[in-house]
Design a protein around this ligand. Structure first.
Ligand code: NDP
Ligand code: DXP
Ligand code: MN
Length: 378
């Protein structure tokens, strides 16, 4: 029987890669639901190609798509019989769809790391209660997830996430003030959406991933570590107590972690982009420079509580938006997040509503700080 898949954010980088995986395995995988936010023509083209009728468009109305708006997307997830939901929505708006997928008895192939940062405990509890799995699609977590399956849990000393260093890795620190969004969006190894690409340049992406790993794998924050690895070939490593390293490596291509999640626990039969060591390969690793990447230290601070995690995530999302809209300069992103994080953010109690209320409050505070600091509005 074919595995039935809903692809959320099918017009984005993760969504398009997920559809590529389905194209590669027509006898094993079937798309039964699709969502997009604004790109309705691409959504309809995918629907025609895969013969899908359950479609949601969240960011526009009136185009003849059966499920409209955020509420419509949640109804689509609820009303569509499926085995697994690929969540490739960008940002915190992916949280409610993640929760709905698990509540309605589907596995969750999760690229939307913001879901876990903001409400990881709630998602894990919901998955357990419904007997479902959260399968990480984020490349580092997919790597560590597969490495951990092969060792006894008490043998693991630390988890290592690799970071490319982003588009500005080799730019002199003195130039960061004048960096344009176009420069910061030139990722050296991955083709991804704009928000995560800016997060790669500040290392907020790795900060979110440290939180994602601590929550998902249930390990203390100090055992999740980050190293700069410019080639993005080694995605994740685990260090065992006996001093041995286990690493997972592949060509940087998101079809691999996506197909691993879709075939779990089976190992997929084909390599989407083989890595040929016979052709030669140089790999390098170096420590993170805290002066260049203050966001990583802020993410570790945020690990102290769920309230701070929500604050870090929401403040970052708003600050990145302001940078992309040219309302603040690149170094202000970290400064704004630091100011927000310095306030008191008590952890929400009692389900999803207090989480969403705190997220909204952080955004209100961040917007106030952004107004004060908008330093080069054109
Ligand atoms: N790209 C990658 O390789 C990786 C991405 N991730 C994570 O996956 C997620 C998606 O990233 P990526 O694919 O790069 O992002 P993109 O910006 O390329 O795509 C985002 C997708 O989400 C949709 N979308 C945007 N806003 C909303 C909203 N408010 N409600 C519902 N849908 C929305 C977009 O629709 P439309 O285009 O129609 O407007 C689009 O389909 C992020 O959480 C990211 O951190 C993790 C690891 C790797
Ligand atoms: C592909 C993937 O998983 C991204 O999250 C990637 O890690 C981003 O690249 P950086 O290593 O630059 O953050
Ligand atoms: Mn990643």
């Amino acid at each position: 029987m074919k595995k039935r898949i809903i692809v959320l954010g099918c017009t984005g980088s993760i969504g398009r890669n997920a559809l590529e995986v389905v194209r590669a395995y027509p006898e094993r995988l079937e798309v039964v639901g699709l969502s997009a936010h604004t790109r309705d023509r691409e959504l309809l083209a995918a629907a025609r190609e895969f013969g899908v009728e359950r479609l949601a468009l969240t960011g526009k109305r009136g185009g003849g798509v059966p499920y409209e708006g955020e509420e419509g997307l949640l109804h689509l997830i609820e009303e569509t019989e499926a085995d697994i939901v690929v969540n490739g929505i960008a940002g915190t708006r992916g949280l409610l769809p993640s929760l709905k997928a698990l509540e309605t008895g589907k596995d969750l192939a999760l690229a939307n790391k913001e879901s876990l940062v903001v409400a990881g405990e709630l998602l894990l509890e919901t998955a357990t209660r419904n007997g479902r799995h959260i399968l990480p699609v984020d490349s580092e977590h997919a790597a560590i997830f597969s490495l951990l399956r092969n060792v006894p849990p008490d043998a693991v000393k630390a988890l290592y996430l690799t970071a490319s260093g982003g588009a500005l890795r080799d730019i002199p620190l003195s130039r960061l003030e004048e960096i344009t969004p176009e420069e910061a969006l030139r990722h050296p190894t991955w083709e991804m959406g704009p928000k995560i690409t800016i997060d790669s340049a500040t290392l907020a992406n790795k900060g979110l991933e440290v939180i994602e790993a601590a929550v998902l794998f249930g390990v203390p924050p100090e055992s999740v570590r980050v190293v700069i690895h410019p080639q993005s070939v080694v995605h994740g490593l685990i260090l065992l107590r006996d001093g041995s390293w286990h690493a997972q490596m592949s060509t940087p291509d998101m079809r691999l972690p996506i197909q691993q999640a879709l075939f779990h626990p089976e190992v997929p039969p084909q390599a989407p982009a083989p890595l040929l060591l016979e052709e030669g390969l140089d790999l390098s690793f170096r420590p993170v420079d805290g002066r260049r990447y203050p966001m990583l230290g802020l993410a570790y601070q945020a690990l102290a509580s769920q309230g701070k995690r929500i604050a870090f995530n929401a403040a970052n999302e708003e600050a990145v938006r302001a940078f992309l809209e040219r309302r603040i300069s690149f170094p202000r992103i970290a400064e704004v997040v630091e100011s927000v994080l310095a306030r008191e953010w008590p952890s929400p109690r009692g389900g999803i509503s207090p989480i969403l209320a705190l997220d909204a409050e952080v955004r209100r505070v961040t917007e106030g700080i952004l107004k004060e600091r908008s330093d080069h509005a054109s």
